[in-house]
Design a protein around this ligand. Structure first.
Ligand code: BES
Ligand code: ZN
Ligand code: ZN
Length: 504
């Protein structure tokens, strides 16, 4: 837990294990630095030169500071230089905040004071800056250590952080911090569910967690099990789940805005709690991280948790089809033909292309019963997306320009990055089948497995504006970004929350 305090006192007047300053590249010697120089280090300017600290992006300089009997630390973090226009990218600030937590962990700092940089440096409002601070510091201090028994091997979780801000900005920053804490809590919840071993997070266990959230937030929830799904004609969900002895679940959560005429957004997330590939078994190296295959479901459920608390002026429906994809004597076989909730049929040529099967039922169910104004789905859908975009951008697909723009904007604001892929009808014939309406894998000739998977899903959304996000690359084990670590990223939570809060 991070405990925040806001003060308009000067950073030099406060006691802490470490005092932190953010500096842009080739910074001028500000009033704060002059104060530091006076109090702790008469030769600070020279020291920066000696250490070649210029404030470049990713750079940091940690030093001891002595004043009378007090010994503490000074930490200088580089923000880099302006890129777009004349402003520094906020992402530089996020990553510097991540570095701050890493350094604090390593040096066992507990009390930290931060001189917040001016929001104008990034061209953003104060409140937004406060929101980033709380979101990122909390995200950076997440660790999945539930199963580590040796206390000495665990990282510290708790920090007391004091933010030094101008008196006039206190209110806006405080408001931003509150929102950021709520978002980070949701992001870290999603990460925790994703990081849990597959035997500790089965479809019904995640459904029960969703039920607890619904109860706490006082929102409606419906959970269908495999039997009910079968009765409803959800052949996709059943086909994936039937190889497993465990039950599957279709979770539907509903947040209602106060305003009767509010528009409705539907968030749909792939929830394969473990993907072995089924009878089209994955090689062991590819299976190693397949507990991550419910990252889409985790994102939509966690986002719902945050939104039911933040209460935007839109209705939100969150749908998460949850199942295990395992081989057994009862598993779906390549060659099987299944019938979905909307009556369409598909030939299952490869049981490892299972995400699209469970999403098909979820998409047509939500469109039919809720008539939402927009649908956004998130899924760790294709390995091909990893090859196309790597771990830093998720693949975005859709045909509705207005919704694509909105998702892009939410991405820019939130920091969950999306990249628009060509969703052109030229790719559509790739999923033709000679024995059913469509095939669950694209023909080899077309390659582009991410886009052809998107076209499979398109069969299950009639005319609602819809955007599909393939998060296979961004959900897990993202390297080099200081506020993540090995394991789940919680990708999508920040984006969905932003999208709903700023919907108009
Ligand atoms: N869950 C996987 C996709 C995936 C791969 C997610 C790597 C995260 C990291 C998905 O169900 C899958 O196996 N897709 C197949 C589709 C193919 C059989 C058409 C794939 O990408 O190989
Ligand atoms: Zn698969
Ligand atoms: Zn999968």
């Amino acid at each position: 837990m991070i405990t925040f305090t806001i003060t308009s006192k000067k950073i030099g007047e406060l006691q802490a294990d470490c005092s932190v300053f953010f500096l842009e590249q080739d910074f001028a010697f500000s009033k704060d630095l002059i104060d530091v120089q006076k109090k702790y280090f008469p030769n600070l300017k020279h020291f920066f030169k000696l250490k070649e600290f210029k404030g470049t992006q990713k750079s940091s300089l940690l030093m001891h500071a002595c004043h009378e009997k007090e010994i503490s630390h000074l930490l200088f973090l580089g923000l880099g230089k302006p890129s777009k226009g004349k402003k520094i990218d906020v992402e530089n600030f996020r990553r510097a905040l991540g570095v701050l937590i890493r350094i604090a962990e390593k040096n066992k700092f507990k009390n930290i004071t931060i001189k917040l940089p001016a929001a104008s440096l990034f061209g953003v409002p104060q409140q937004y800056l406060g929101k980033q601070v709380a979101t990122i510091l909390n995200m950076a201090s997440y660790h999945f250590d539930t199963f580590i028994t040796q206390e000495s091997c665990k990282f510290p979780h708790d920090f007391d952080i004091t933010l030094c801000v101008a008196q006039k900005d206190k209110k806006a920053i405080t408001q931003g911090l509150k929102e950021g804490e709520c978002v980070a809590e949701a992001v870290n919840k999603a990460r925790y569910w994703i990081d849990l071993p597959p035997a500790d997070l089965t479809p019904m266990q995640l459904a029960d967690t969703a039920k607890k959230i619904a109860k706490k937030r006082d929102i409606k929830i419906t959970v269908f099990n495999e039997k009910k799904a079968e009765q409803l004609g959800m052949g996709g969900l059943v086909a994936v789940s039937k190889g497993s002895e465990r039950d599957c679940a279709l979770v539907i959560m509903e947040y209602k805005a106060k305003r009767k005429t509010a528009p409705t957004l539907a968030f749909v997330g792939k929830g394969v709690t473990f993907d072995s590939g089924g009878l089209s078994l994955k090689p062991s190296s590819a299976m190693e991280t397949m507990k991550e295959d419910m990252s889409g479901a985790a994102a939509v459920i966690a986002a719902m948790d945050a939104l039911a608390h933040l209460k935007p002026n839109v209705n939100i429906i969150c749908v998460a089809p949850l199942a295990e994809n395992l081989p057994s004597g009862n598993a779906t076989m390549p060659g099987d033909i299944i019938t979905f909730y909307n009556g369409k049929t598909a030939e299952v040529k490869n049981t490892d292309a299972e995400g699209r099967l469970i999403l098909a039922d979820a998409l047509s169910y939500v469109e039919k019963h809720y008539k939402p104004d927009a649908i956004v789905d998130l899924a760790t859908l294709t390995g091909a997306c990893l090859y196309a975009l790597g771990p830093f951008f998720c693949g975005m697909m859709g045909k509705h320009e207005g919704l694509l723009k909105k998702v892009q904007k939410a991405s820019d604001v939130s920091g969950d990055r999306v990249w628009n892929l060509p969703f052109h009808d030229d790719y559509k014939p790739a999923i033709k089948s000679t024995v059913a309406d469509i095939s669950n894998i694209g023909s080899k000739k077309y390659l582009a497995g991410t886009v052809t998977a998107g076209f499979f899903l398109k069969n299950f959304v009639k005319d609602t504006p819809w955007v599909h996000l393939d998060i296979a690359g961004t959900a897990f084990n993202v390297p080099d970004i200081s506020y993540f670590r090995d394991g789940a990223t919680g990708f999508g939570v920040r984006l969905l929350v932003e999208l709903a809060l700023n919907w108009s």
